[in-house]
Write a protein that binds this ligand. Structure first.
Ligand code: ARG
Length: 415
């Protein structure tokens, strides 16, 4: 895969990888690290928190009934931290850490399958072009002819000097957004900032409502590079309606795989800044938010028109009726394409099974009601009618963490 564009700004703006002027050739990539070797020595910054490392190790050993001797393992970890400021997880520790981070995700309704997360261990990869290629490989691996499998790719961990690699996009696949002079938007209004930044890096979208953005990857050299995804890594579902043939003319589609790419994975004091992960969609994410939010695709008026609904007053509930038709179209189209998708009724029941299983295992299940309850027909789902265990986001670990700076990057801004 070639760089679509890249810019080195280090000399003129030491901390800002966003280009402000002309394009420059890509800088030579740093040499990859060998995962069997101790992590590079700290240059600045802080060493891994030893207490966190120890707590994680003890939990790992206890919960997985690992046959390893924890004290011996701790001596090695402790030495490694003393020498390098960080330490290297075993594959088993990494796998369990990534899965439990999912289990700890209080906003996720789909956690019943937390223990089936496939972990692609790519800790030796941090060159931006290789990271981009591995992201494409991740998307191909998870697809499995539509039988989407929850998957994470873990890239090189941060050193005490900071991240070795960062993916700026919030998801591996997102659609560009182009503001028009009349105040409307072509594409996804959420991604206008990211689209602008990609343009500054030399990328040119076709200008359709569904142009897939390139990956923007920043290496340890603080250079941000633009890597278009190869088309065969991008699976999309064209939307049709089970009864209304005119629906296809709305020309709607969505990508099949939601792969979050800007959350940090934190395990035992080690931070993995680049660790994109995916599950499968719940229909309402697309049919009640992405295509519906007024600052996203805002499709309800067009759907209402297609179904000839009376939009003269809110009290006709035309929005609600259009919303249901749109959600039917999403589920119908994914089913037709053989792509995994869940509905909010099924997933709510599954989530309560998960909560029960966790209780049986003697664990609390952190959950954020406002995220767990689906945005359609909340009160019809069993997750609505109860409260959940309280939790402290700041201390719950392992975890996927969304930094404020990562949100700004995903908005195309330098943090
Ligand atoms: N809500 C986000 C989107 O619509 C995806 C978040 C993760 N969703 C999931 N089913 N794993 O793109």
């Amino acid at each position: 895969m070639t760089d679509q564009g890249s810019t080195r700004t280090r000399t003129e703006r030491p901390t800002c990888p966003i280009p402000h002027d002309a394009h420059h050739p890509p800088a030579p990539s740093p040499t990859p690290t060998d995962p069997t070797e101790p992590a590079p020595a700290p240059r600045v910054g802080e060493a891994v928190d030893r207490a966190e490392a120890r707590t994680f190790l003890d939990r790992f050993v206890r919960e997985t009934k690992s046959p390893i001797d924890p004290d011996e393992r701790w001596r090695r970890i402790s030495d490694q931290i003393a020498n390098t400021g960080t330490y290297t997880h075993t594959e088993a520790e990494l796998g369990w850490g990534a899965r439990v981070a999912w289990r700890n995700s209080a906003r996720c309704i789909g956690r019943l399958y937390w223990n089936n997360l496939q972990v692609r261990d790519r800790r030796h990869v941090h060159r931006p072009d290789e990271v981009a290629a591995e992201c494409a490989a991740h998307l191909r691996d998870t697809w499995r002819e539509g039988h989407i499998r929850p998957t994470i790719t873990v890239f090189a961990p941060d050193t005490p000097a900071g991240p070795q690699v960062r993916i700026w996009n919030e998801q591996l696949i997102r659609y560009a957004g182009y503001p028009l002079p009349d105040g409307t938007t072509v594409g996804d209004g959420r991604n206008i900032g990211m689209t602008r930044l990609a343009h500054r890096l030399g990328w040119r979208g076709a200008g359709t409502a569904f142009d897939v953005l390139p990956l923007l990857v920043e290496g340890a050299d603080e250079i941000l590079r633009c890597h278009p995804l190869p088309p065969d890594a991008i699976r999309e579902i064209a939307l049709t309606h089970p009864e209304q043939p005119g629906f296809a003319e709305l020309d709607l589609r969505w990508h099949a795989v939601p792969a979050i790419s800007n959350m940090r994975l934190e395990i035992g004091g080690v931070s993995y800044s680049a660790a994109p992960f995916n599950g499968w969609y719940m229909g309402t994410e697309i049919g009640a938010r992405n295509l519906v939010d007024a600052d996203r695709y805002d499709m309800l008026p067009a759907v209402a028109k297609l179904f000839a609904l009376d939009t003269s007053s809110e009290r006709t509930l035309w929005r609600d009726r259009a919303l249901i038709e749109l959600n039917r179209a999403v589920l119908h189209s994914f089913d037709l394409a053989g792509a995994t998708i869940t509905d909010h009724h099924t997933e709510s029941a599954r989530f309560l099974s998960h909560v029960r299983r966790e209780a049986d295992a003697g664990r609390e299940c952190p959950a954020d009601w406002s995220w767990i309850v689906p945005p359609v027909s909340g009160g019809l789902t069993p997750v609505y009618h109860r409260y959940y265990d309280d939790y402290d986001e700041a201390t719950l670990r392992p975890a996927y963490v969304l930094d404020k700076a990562a949100v700004r990057r995903a908005g195309g801004q330098h943090p």
